[in-house]
Design a protein around this ligand. Structure first.
Ligand code: GLU
Length: 285
């Protein structure tokens, strides 16, 4: 069993991240597995080396460890370009210059994660791409090419069980995703995360429930690229040891603020930790 913690260094770790990290390490320890650290610094505008250093310091302060070297996404940019070249050669990508405003005005339908891209640039040839264009995956074509999609096998208590991936649903609810971002040329999250889970041979992805819907798209990319689909565990909001939602504490308070106030790491653990390997009891309130 091998999992990973994959923070983006766009700010300091806060209590919500501490909960997520502790859950990842708890699930791994309960199964005798390993946790790899992956710094997902693919957003060249927002990620900062000082945040990366701070994240590693905070994780160590919480008593969490990982094998060295950790993986830093920005050290591997050529790998994501190689995947984009491959998808491009297979006729699955197209350039897109649409702004958010243009997409809204074109009347995209509401989906799981905001407006679904209405396909304005879908007719464009990749050979006409400008360096500032985004590259989008033609999802309909990608699903046809991928063939049968495996079900998502979810082991966490929130969505426990096998979830078939319905192609019609994801085409309607997600639409053609951006895999290379406009202007900066940064690789997009969906490309980075599926590629790196495969390269790092992750058998079990443990992460927040906010990424549950994205998993349906990740299965398409994995199948298309012949990468294995790991097991998943999407955890809920932070809870205390009794399984009660911690609605009253500030989830966005930086972990280092606790340290600077002279708190012990054990206190932060106490605030957010729960026995992740056993099912979470829904709050009575
Ligand atoms: N880098 C992502 C985040 O900080 C996590 C991605 C993942 O675990 O799949 O939200």
């Amino acid at each position: 069993m091998r999992t990973r913690f994959a923070p983006s260094p766009t700010g300091y770790l806060h209590l919500g991240h501490a909960f997520s990290a502790l859950t990842v390490w708890d699930v791994a320890r309960a199964q005798g597995g390993d946790v790899l650290l992956r710094v997902e610094d693919f957003d060249s505008q927002r990620c900062k080396p000082t945040y990366e250093a701070a994240i590693m310091e905070d994780l160590a302060w919480l008593g969490l460890d990982w094998p060295e070297p950790m993986r830093r996404v920005s050290d591997h940019l050529a790998d994501y370009d190689a995947v984009l070249d491959d998808l491009g050669d297979r006729g699955l990508l197209y350039p897109c210059s649409c702004t958010r405003g243009e997409i809204r005005r074109a009347g995209g339908a509401p989906g799981w994660d905001g407006v679904v891209y209405p396909g304005t640039c879908r007719h464009r040839a990749l050979s006409d791409a400008r360096p500032t264009d985004a590259l989008r995956l033609n999802l309909t074509h990608a699903i046809e090419t991928a063939g049968p999609l495996p079900a998502i096998r979810e082991t966490g208590p929130l969505f426990h069980g096998a979830h078939p991936v319905d192609p019609h649903d994801i085409i309607a609810q997600i639409g053609d995703p951006v895999l290379r971002r406009k202007d900066t040329g940064d690789p997009a999250y969906h490309l980075v995360v599926t590629h790196d889970d495969a390269v790092q041979e992750i058998t079990h992805v443990v992460r927040g429930a906010d990424l549950w819907r994205a998993t349906f798209l990740h299965v398409v990319i994995q199948t298309l690229m012949d990468w294995p689909t790991p097991l998943y565990h999407h955890h809920d909001l932070i809870r205390d040891a009794q399984g009660t939602r911690l609605a009253k504490i500030d989830q966005s308070k930086a972990i280092r603020a606790y340290r600077e106030e002279g708190q012990e790491a054990a206190e932060v653990r106490r605030l957010v930790e729960f026995p992740a390997a056993s099912p979470v009891t829904p709050s009575a309130s």
